[in-house]
Design a protein around this ligand. Structure first.
Ligand code: DLL
Length: 430
């Protein structure tokens, strides 16, 4: 089933011509952003210099840090009155990265989600429970409007209260769910504890964090769904960037909306089909916040053309990051954020270790931190107070529950070279 067959199956010269035309337009649009105006002038790139898609290589990369430096609206290419929505990304130290949308951007985004969901086989006859955060996170509203566009019956249940979520699935005859894969696993466990079967379910759309084929089989068996991988990032609208078709062998990345490159993250050199590297994306139809050669930090590869479904370009599952960003229960966390929080608390020292585990299929983060010698009284009440404070401060900054273990001064490892403060023990994260 297709939502927009012409664009989804566009190939060869027609696709190339569309990409070049949109790339030129994107460059023109980005010239309204001070950062790009300067960058493009320095690199001597004008829209008319783009004759073939490969000419994109004349343009310098954009990094997450550039966006952070532009906080809050430095990357907006339209006046604020044209921006009708703002989201922010999780996972930055201090201020988040802000993303803005014009009315047309919101339409483009909803179209993309409608394409994805239709590709997964859902229609207006389906009842859809959207079990992700509806706030600044793009997953909630992003899927919401796409599903409404298809005409599905949408239940904006958001996160939390798993028993209630299960009751709604049963009572409303929900056929399609969207959440992170780890929450889906938790849902299946709670349903089991409640001795409830979720017979109405047919389709599970899971994403926002890395997950494995083993996890897919397990979720399909436990929930009775066909599970689809959904990839996206806030800087490129949010979810809807790439999605699996019924073949479920790679994710189609919408070639008329996103121009894709894979590079060696160390050298910036272009890599060919089948070679793993960092995904670099130039969105080709974005008004409020155009981006040029955005380095996503996500590791994947381009797959050879020729999917049985006849749609175009595919990438492999995301298997990791080129930077130190962790994705914990769908929330992006940088070790620098943890350090930032700990350094502001006088009772703890600046030595810490972060351990990430899968416990009952859910990501759990434990932070070991040394107590500051001056506060090390050994009194239990004191320790409990400090621990509570650290948990609270981490929660405020990361919007994530963590386990905090206070340890004696001098007991954590010291590093001579580059500190390795994060130990990710989630065996099947990929
Ligand atoms: O996670 C958008 C989204 C919402 C995608 C709902 C899918 C479903 P951010 O919070 O900006 O946006 O986080 C983006 O999450 O760069 C990846 O590292 C990771 N990520 C997202 N989807 C997947 C996936 C949303 N399917 C960051 N597999 C990205 C692996 C994923 N990693």
């Amino acid at each position: 089933m297709f939502w927009d067959k012409t664009n989804e199956t566009l190939k060869g010269k027609k696709l190339e011509a569309l990409q070049v035309r949109r790339l030129k337009q994107t460059i023109r649009q980005s010239q309204h952003v001070g950062f790009y105006k300067k960058r493009l002038t320095q690199a001597h790139v004008r829209p008319e210099d783009i004759k073939r898609p490969d000419d994109i290589q004349k343009i310098p990369f954009t990094r997450k840090q550039d966006l952070r430096d532009g906080y809050p609206f430095g990357f907006f290419a339209v006046p604020l009155k044209k921006v009708v929505r703002i989201h922010t990304t999780s996972g930055t130290t201090g201020k988040p990265t802000v993303v803005g949308y014009t009315r047309n951007d919101l339409d483009t985004w909803a179209e993309l989600i409608a394409r994805n969901m239709t590709m997964a086989g859902v229609t207006e006859n389906d009842v859809f429970q959207n079990m992700v955060n509806y706030g600044m996170f793009t997953g909630g509203l992003g899927f919401h409007y796409g599903a409404e566009k298809i005409g599905m019956t949408v239940i904006p249940s958001a996160t939390g209260n798993t028993k209630r979520q299960i009751e709604m699935i049963k009572d409303f005859g929900v056929t399609t769910i969207h959440c992170t894969p780890s929450y889906a696993m938790h849902l299946s466990e709670v349903a089991e504890e409640m001795h409830t079967s979720l017979d109405s379910l047919k389709t599970g759309i899971f994403g926002a964090e890395p997950w494995s084929e083993t996890m897919r089989s397990s979720l399909e068996e436990r929930l009775g769904v066909t599970a689809f991988d959904s990839y996206g990032l806030s800087e490129l609208f949010g979810p809807g960037v790439a999605f699996e078709c019924p073949e479920r062998d790679g994710l189609h990345i919408w070639h008329d909306i996103y121009f894709v490159e894979i590079i060696n993250p160390k050298t910036g050199e272009q890599l060919g089909d089948g070679e793993r590297g960092e995904l670099v994306i130039t969105p080709l139809k974005k008004e409020a916040m155009p981006l040029l050669r955005y380095r996503t930090g996500d590791i994947t590869m381009k797959m050879e053309d020729g999917c049985l479904c006849s749609r175009g370009q595919k990438i492999g599952r995301i298997t990791g990051r080129s930077d130190d960003m962790l994705v914990i229960r769908g929330i992006n966390v940088f070790p620098s954020q943890i350090e930032h929080v700990l350094l502001k608390i006088p009772e703890v020292g600046n030595q810490f270790m972060v351990y990430v585990d899968k416990v009952n299929h859910l990501d759990e983060m434990t932070v070991d931190v040394e107590i500051n010698r001056d506060y090390f009284s050994g009194e239990l009440a004191d320790l409990a107070r400090i621990q509570k404070k650290v948990v609270q401060e981490l929660h405020d900054a990361l919007e994530l529950r963590t386990t905090v273990k206070l340890v004696e001064p001098g007991s954590l490892p010291r590093f001579e070279g580059k500190a390795k403060r994060v130990v990710d023990r989630r065996g099947d994260a990929i």
